[in-house]
Write a protein that binds this ligand. Sequence first.
Ligand code: NAD
Length: 482
Amino acid sequence: MKTILNYIGGEFTKPKGNSYLDVYDPSNAQVYAKVPDSDEADMQAAIAAAEKAFPSWSATSLEERHEFLMRISKRVEKDLEELALAESMDNGKPLKLARTVDIPRVASNFRFFATALMQFSSESHEMNGQAINYTLRRPLGVVGCISPWNLPLYLFSWKIAPALAMGNTVVAKPSEVTPMTAFLLAKICDEVGLPKGVLNIVHGQGTKTAAVLSTHKAVKAVSFTGSTKVGVDIATKAAPLFKKLSLEMGGKNPNIIFADCDYNKMLQTTLRSSFANQGQICLCGSRIYIEKSIYEKFKTDFVQKTKALRIGHPSEEDSDLGAIVSKPHFDKIMGHIKLAEQEGGRILCGGKPVHPDGNTDGWYIAPTIIEGLVSGCITNQEEIFGPVVTLTPFEGEQEALDLANNSDYGLSATIWTQNLGRAHRVARDLEAGIVWVNTWLLRDLRTPFGGMKNSGVGREGGLEALRFFTEPKNVCIDYSKT
Ligand code: NAD
């Protein structure tokens, strides 16, 4: 049994209440580790440590901060296999996915912001030969970073790296469902000599720990990725203190397929955008809209390809899908499938738990395709966040847009068409923060990342993240002759 510890003020510490939560391996439903069930006292200690570390960290040179972030990045690359194994075991995702996507992205998050901070500059505005304004961007102070379980270290580092790059000190709260790689990251930071208190990691339930970040005066900003429900709680509590907030929340993303698309590329990519990471990626396209003329062909081919996907133990190289992250989440997804049937949906494949290789203990669900549902039903409106997609036919651009935009969410969307004008028109009119045309999940870390409507407030990535973690101040200097 492994024991995870908090990382506060450069020390690995037990929770003050000496209480722990179970951590499960989703592939066999066994408890394999325990994680601190920290409380407000642990959080207060972490915030105090971050406050103490802020003056000297914020005074470090760009080169020093660049060097620390690069050292972390290189250590992540060196430990790739260990981190990938830990991520796969904690989350249930196929090891090959953790090895090729999650952990390499952690290394590039640190590398990207290490180099971005060296190139960062702020604006200046000259006034008719009379005065010059320049924008001074100072670090905020102590900032809170809260992340979810679906891409555990990938999203954790996506927040921590820009916050540290800009000279802030951090109190971070990884998901209690998948805490292992954040613990391993704390060890890496310790080993590369990151000064004490610059990064503090507190484990435990969000309501007892991370919620303190929303109400504590010393915490100047909260960067959160997770459910819209928790985002509402953070926004409500943080509003009276006028904290800076970056909220990356849920999605119910449309995947719009026009008849003139590159069919084979679309089919292969739609398989991934539907079921990668067991459909537990906020950017997965769970509402698939298909132009009527190719609906039956697409349905037949998509069902056939989906049935051929291999659901297996996350460690096996040929597993396309691994296990669902937790029992509560497994139950939630199964509940949604039942509800879809009650709403009149026809299950074309999947819809059931599976027991790969006779394993009856893990939480596995067969990739599920449903048709015959109306746009406004719960299945098409609520985020399921599992290997479940719906198929709906449409006729013409306007109907595709109406269906796609009929959602409280607005995170991402995908369009498949070879018609250039249509691609631009539909991209413009879609209510989504990110639109992919003829591809999915192709990411340039310099671009603004985030959602509209109930999917988010603010943007991460590139300059957006660097700016978020600073306080802009305008300095106006009159240089006119008196
Ligand atoms: P969640 O909202 O339940 O938890 C996210 C984090 O918030 C966890 O660390 C949790 O402990 C913490 N938390 C819980 N209650 C809190 C509170 N009251 N105050 C502060 N923090 C609290 O989300 P989850 O189930 O871990 O993750 C799945 C959700 O994340 C899905 O809705 C998914 O769409 C979303 N997500 C969004 C993005 C994006 O970029 N928009 C990316 C990944 C996941």
